[in-house]
Design a protein around this ligand. Structure first.
Ligand code: PEP
Ligand code: MG
Length: 886
């Protein structure tokens, strides 16, 4: 079994086997770029080691053979006392896990080869001893678990004795002394001497890198980033090159384009006379990469040439790590670089212009989550506003409000109409009400999967988590940051995209991308690279996609906006909102009706109001289909809550007021009270129980359609029956509806379809029967998820989902992204059996999943005709539907 690959043997497509770093080092080697020679030990060797606790058979021999070849190539032997070869041992998994796993540099140094290294470096003793002490420190910490602070303290002691705080002030003798101190620390903690044998150093370092795959921070990181736990890491053994050999040496990072904006140019940082870890540790300040031109023009020109070659080769933004050793440039790493959402679009557009990729590939390079980010309102920032802290952008958006420190206070102030930002160290389920009431959530602890972050994202609420510069004092209702104290009621602004926190009110504006979708920003004239790129890619997505995109809207205004955003109709108009506000009284009359006449009266009063609602919507959606769902939620939701009503009645009685009406209402509420209203009298059940209710709605829809059509418009209503579980329910409603429609429509030419939601598992499983009575299906994946999992959709997010996420039972809430295996299977069965019974049956989805990127791909796969989502997600769904089709 081949466990070790020379760099010349690999290529960029072998990431599974060689990890990202190894595969890309191989690619650069084969491109002829100056990569220090080395070899990669495969992820398979790692997996075998982790499974058995020992190196797989043959690995040691293969390492020996590749090491020998490396020594031949370099003309030096590992750890040779006269002229030593030194190597670095670097982790490199398939997916980048920055800083999560281990690296050991300078392997091959010992008490004897340190002298040879000095000679190699032109008699530079200081450099040699500094390299040696770095090896003992890194090796001790990562391979042998020696507490890192011990080394730090010893280094501080030497600096203090020397009266300096700068490492560079230490001379060779100081560093030699430090090596002695480090060796003592090493043996105290490990019970053995620091290993002098180079091959033993190498083997132990390789083993430590294997084991670092399961280090706690790596495990947590993988869970957060949803990287599979069983991939293992590769190990790269690379000949050392040194950036710390003097002023003609140095190290740096470079991007082939600006990863923040996508703009072309030279982006990066350089640090002279330093090693890579100094850059990361921020010990000294780097200079902009452009300065390298002045410092070392030859290396600079060479680097620019390599960067251009890499970009042309990878056809994408690359990031690069390099080192210059005494005027000689070495490429230490490259990869397709991470970028912001804006840069992703801009770069994809540029690469098309440059002829490097086609539009399909450009579409593939961006995604809906990025587009969604570009659509959040943003702060209008000018120099006046400087952030006082930076946490993790846990849930995007720009929120401004008064600071509160408790959930109760958040609820209180929000009830008074104030915008509030709930500030907590971290949130827990008890904070849920406060989080709901707040405009934004700010915590000083926790990452992207903390309770606050998960719940906030679930609610679509802006959240900055882990802003650890904030010193929060809950009992005193204040926090301090950057020397300032913020108390309850002070205004702060938080940016859930960047994680930045501002004191005071930062003005908010719609993003350019939203202005473009709204039609107020012309992409041709905007001169804005981002808007132009978005326009171009969206146009291509529309040309490519097979799924239509509709919207969930129940007002004319929402319908109009969604149409501007590209909606091709309404997939769900929830009629229940039409029963709220000042119409509540009519609903009360309906519920309290003692006689048929009273009920018909109430319905007759609702009819014209409903008709007007539908006319408005049909007008806005002129010529496009509009799915109107008959009333769904239990009627008592339109009545006051039981407790409150009971108290009111008691108080009024006490005062001797006339409470006959309230008492009747109270009795009705009592009568209708259900322990589990979500599983109770709602949807089609309501229509079957309350005579005339659905009939009134059907009539209003049909009359509105006729009115719009007669006035020159074109209305295409689709009446949808909710919560059907059995075909007989639908048949009963349909028979009545068809009669009314025939009567109203007459010869107007209006065509009304009648279909059903598939949102009860039984409906999905009997879809073949239901299709006989339905002209279309629309999957209500909210209820289908609720009833499929048995999770109350109104309660779970705060109550226990965080724990489920923590345990990895699911990686994302099934209410947010479709559970392909379970709920998705119900969708698939219903789609197949429905179409088998009625070929060409129109299929759509109108649950929240209709606007979720991952789910859109699933709905494309199962062959739905359209997805429907809230207006703001329409562009996201268009983009993802296009991506699903390529
Ligand atoms: C659904 O259940 O997915 C649905 C769209 O209906 P509602 O969310 O109104 O229950
Ligand atoms: Mg539903």
């Amino acid at each position: 079994h081949k466990y070790v690959y020379d760099f010349a043997e690999g290529n960029k497509d072998l990431k599974d086997l060689l990890g990202g770093k190894g595969a890309n080092l191989a690619e650069m080697t084969n491109l002829g770029l100056p990569v220090p020679p080395g070899f990669t030990i495969t992820t398979e060797a790692c997996k075998a080691y982790l499974a058995t606790g020992s190196e797989p058979t043959g690995l040691a021999e293969q390492i020996a053979a590749h090491l020998e070849a490396l020594e031949r190539e370099m003309g030096r032997r590992l750890g040779d006392p006269q002229d030593p070869l030194l190597v670095s041992v670097r982790s490199g998994a398939k997916f980048s896990m920055p800083g999560m796993m281990e690296t050991v540099l300078n392997v091959g140094l010992n008490d004897r080869s340190v002298v040879g290294l000095s000679a190699q470096a032109g008699g530079n003793d200081r450099f040699a001893w500094d390299s040696y002490r770095r090896l003992i420190q890194m090796f001790g910490k990562t391979v042998c678990d020696v507490p890192g602070e011990e080394f730090e303290h010893a280094l501080d002691d030497v600096k203090r004795a020397k009266g300096t705080t700068n490492d560079l002030d230490l001379d060779a003798d100081d560093l030699r002394g430090l090596v002695d101190a480090y060796k003592k620390i090493f043996s105290k903690h490990t019970g053995r001497e620091f290993p002098q044998e180079p091959r033993e150093q190498l083997d132990l370092a390789i083993r430590a890198v294997f084991e670092s795959w399961n280090a706690e921070r790596a495990v947590i990181y993988r869970r957060q980033e949803r990287i599979p736990a069983d991939l293992g890491t590769a190990v790269n053994v690379v000949a050392m090159v040194f950036g710390n050999l003097g002023a003609d040496s140095g190290t740096g990072v470079a991007f082939t384009r600006d990863p923040a904006s996508g703009a072309q140019g030279i982006y990066g940082d350089y640090l002279a006379n330093a090693q890579g870890e100094d850059v990361v540790a921020g010990i000294r300040n780097t200079v902009p990469l452009q300065e390298l031109e002045r410092i070392d023009k030859k290396s600079y020109d060479e680097l620019l040439d390599y960067m251009a070659r890499l970009e042309g080769h990878y056809k994408d933004l690359c990031d690069i790590e390099f080192t210059i050793e005494r005027g000689k440039l070495w490429m230490l790493q490259t990869r397709v670089g991470k970028r912001t959402a804006a840069a992703a679009f801009v770069i994809a557009g540029q690469l098309v212009d440059e002829g490097l990729i086609d539009l399909d590939e450009a579409l593939h390079r961006v995604n809906g989550a990025q587009l969604a980010q570009l659509m959040f309102p943003r702060f209008k920032l000018d120099h006046e506003f400087q952030p006082v802290a930076k946490g993790i952008g846990a849930s995007p958006g720009a929120a401004v409000g008064k600071v509160v420190f408790t959930s109760a206070r958040a609820v209180e102030l929000a009830a008074e109409g104030e915008s509030v930002i709930l500030v907590r160290r971290e949130t827990n389920p008890d904070d849920l009400n406060g989080m709901i009431a707040a405009k934004g959530i700010l915590t000083s602890r926790g990452g992207k999967t903390s309770h606050a972050a998960v719940v906030a994202r679930g609610m679509g609420k802006t959240c900055v988590s882990g802003a650890d510069e904030l010193d929060i004092n809950i009992p005193q209702r204040k926090f301090t940051v950057a020397g300032q104290t913020v108390t309850e009621g002070d205004v702060v602004s938080i940016d859930g995209t960047t994680g930045k926190v501002y004191l005071g009110e930062v003005p908010v504006m719609p993003s350019e991308v939203v202005q473009y979708f709204e039609g107020t920003l012309d992409p041709e004239q905007a001169g804005d690279a981002l808007v132009q790129a978005v326009h171009r890619i969206m146009t291509h997505a529309d040309a490519r996609r097979r799924l239509a995109v509709r919207t969930n809207a129940d007002t004319g205004a929402d319908a109009a906006r969604a149409r501007r955003f590209g909606a091709q109709g309404i997939g769900l108009c929830r009629t229940e909102h039409m029963f709220l506000g000042d119409r509540r009284e009519l609903v009360e009359r309906l519920i309290l009706a003692g006689t048929d006449a009273e009920r018909e009266d109430a319905l007759a009063a609702l009819l014209p109001l409903q008709r007007e609602d539908f006319i408005e919507i049909f007008r806005e959606m002129d010529g496009l289909p509009v799915t109107v769902r008959l009333i769904d939620p239990p009627l008592h939701e339109f009545l006051p809550p039981l407790e409150q009503l009971a108290v009111n009645v008691a108080v009024a009685q006490e005062r001797g007021e006339d409470v006959a009406k309230e008492e009747a209402l109270l009795a009705a509420v009592r009568r209708m009270h259900e322990e589990n209203p979500m599983l109770g009298l709602r949807g089609v059940r309501l229509g079957l129980v309350i005579p005339g209710l659905f009939a009134m709605q059907v009539r209003a829809i049909a009359e509105a359609a006729v009115a719009v059509t007669r006035s020159g418009g074109s209305a295409c209503p689709e009446i949808m029956v909710p919560l059907v579980g059995a075909v007989q329910e639908l048949e009963t409603v349909r028979a009545e509806a068809e009669k009314i429609i025939a009567e109203v429509v007459g010869d107007s030419g209006v065509e009304v379809l009648i279909g059903t939601m598939i949102e009860v598992p039984r409906a999905a499983l009997t879809a073949g029967q239901i299709a006989e009575a339905a002209q279309f299906f629309s999957f209500g994946t909210n209820d289908l998820t609720q009833m499929g999992w048995g999770f109350s959709r109104d309660d779970v997010e705060g109550a226990f989902f965080w724990r489920y996420l923590e345990l990895g039972i699911f990686g994302i809430s099934p209410f947010e992204s479709i559970d392909r295996e379970g709920v998705g299977r119900l969708v698939r069965i219903a789609a197949e059996e429905g179409r088998a019974a009625r070929p060409g049956l129109k299929l759509g989805v109108c649950g929240e999943h209709g606007g979720d990127p991952e789910s859109v791909h699933f709905f494309h796969e199962v062959g739905l005709d359209y997805v429907s989502c809230s207006p703001f997600r329409v562009p996201v769904a268009r983009l993802e539907a296009g991506r699903a089709a390529i």
